[in-house]
Design a protein around this ligand. Sequence first.
Ligand SMILES: [Zn+2]
Length: 433
Amino acid sequence: MNIWDPTHECMSRDELEQLQLERLQATINRVHKNVTHYRKKFTQMGIIPEDICSLADLTKLPLTTKEDLNLNYPYGMFAVPLREVVRIHSSSGTTSKPIVVGYTKNDIRLWSNLVARFMTAAGVTHDDLVQIAFHYGLFTGAFGVHYGAETIGASVIPMGTGNTEKQIMIMQDYKSTALVCTPSYALSLAYRMEKLGVNSKSLSLKFGLFGGEPWSEAMRSEIEQRLSLSATDNYGLSEVIGPGIAGECSHKNGMHIYEDAFIPEIINPDTGMVLPQGSEGELVLTTLSKEAFPMIRYRTRDITSLDYSPCPCGRTSARMKRVARRSDDMLIIKGVNVYPSQIEEAVFATALGETPYQIVVERADAMDSMEVIIEITDKIFDLELKKQRSFLEQVKKRINSVAGINVSAKLVEVKSLPRKDGKISRVLDKRKI
Ligand SMILES: [Zn+2]
C-alpha cells in the first residue's frame, strides 16, 4: 500500500499534537500581526497570542464564518502582501460577491502535496493517466487536483467539464486510468456510455476520485459497477484550501483528515460549543501551514463526525464521515455551490420588488437541475406574452451571472405555489441522493 507522505500521515498522536501546537502558535502569531479582522476579534475577546499554550486553548479563539469573509472582500483576510501571492481562486459567497482566496508559492506546494496524499491513497501512481472533468477556472477543484496529480508524476488530461461524448472518446483513445469529477457527473458519463453502446470494461479506467457534492454508499456501488472502477471520496472547500483536506484510503471507511495541516473540531451548529469525540455536528477547520490565507476555526457548515480509531492502512489521522447534509441552506448543483439568497436577489432585482417564488431542485439521469417558479404578479400579468418571456430570460441571465449556473424559469398563476401557514417554502429539493 502506497502512502505519499508517511512521515506526516502515520505520526503517533503525541508527535502529531506537538507539531500541531507549534504550527498553531505560529499561525496565531501571524494572523494577529497581519490580519486586521483577527487582531480586532482577539482584542474584543481579550486574547493575546501567548494565551494559546495548548491545543485545548483553541476553543478560546473566535469562530470564523463565511459572513466574515464576505465583509473582508476581496483581500482583507490575506496575511501576506499581494506581491507574494501567486494564485487567486474564489468560491461562491452568501451574497452576490464571491469569496477570494490566495496562495503563495509555498501554499501551492503544500496544496499539491495534500492532494497527492488522497490521490495516492485512492491508488493513483506516476503510471496513471488522470482525466480531470472539473471546471477549470476560479473554482479550486480542477487546478488543485491537476497540480496534485502532476506532483505524483501522473499524466494529466485537463478535460474540463461538459462535452460528455468527447470525454468518452478521450477515455477510449487516450486510455485514461483515473477519472476525477463530481459523483453525479460520473453517473451521467455511465448513462451516456450505455446509450452509445460503450462497455466500460473495454476502457482502461481503474480509479474514480469523486468530490464536490454529497453522495451516498448506494451511489458509490452504482458508479463502481457501471464504470468498472474503484470509487473514493475526497473532501475540500475553497475557503480552507480546496480539495486536499481529507480523502479515503482503499478501506473506504471515512476520509483521513490531514491533521498536520488542519485541526478539525466538531461543534453544535446552534451553540458553537465543541461536542464530545465521536458526536455528529458541524466541522470547523483551522489551517496550520497556510501563508496567504490562514483560517482560524472556520465554520464549514458541513455536518459530519470524526473517528479516531486506527485504520488498517496505517495512516493515523482522524477520519471524517461522508458529508450528507449542511447546517445552512446552501445547495450543491452540478458541483456548484448555490445559496437560495443569490437566486432571490436575482428574482427580486428583475421583478423590481418582492415576488412569490420557489426553487425546485431535481435529479434525473444523474443530472441535477434547478427551476425557479415565479408567481405572476399584477405587474407581470399586465405584460404581453413577449415581455413575460423576456422577463424570464432576464431572470435566468441574472442567476447565471451571480450563481454561475443555468436554471430554467417559469411563471405560474397567482397563489398557485403551495403554501403552509401562508408561507411558501423557498426550496423544494426533490433529489434522492
Ligand atoms: Zn486508512
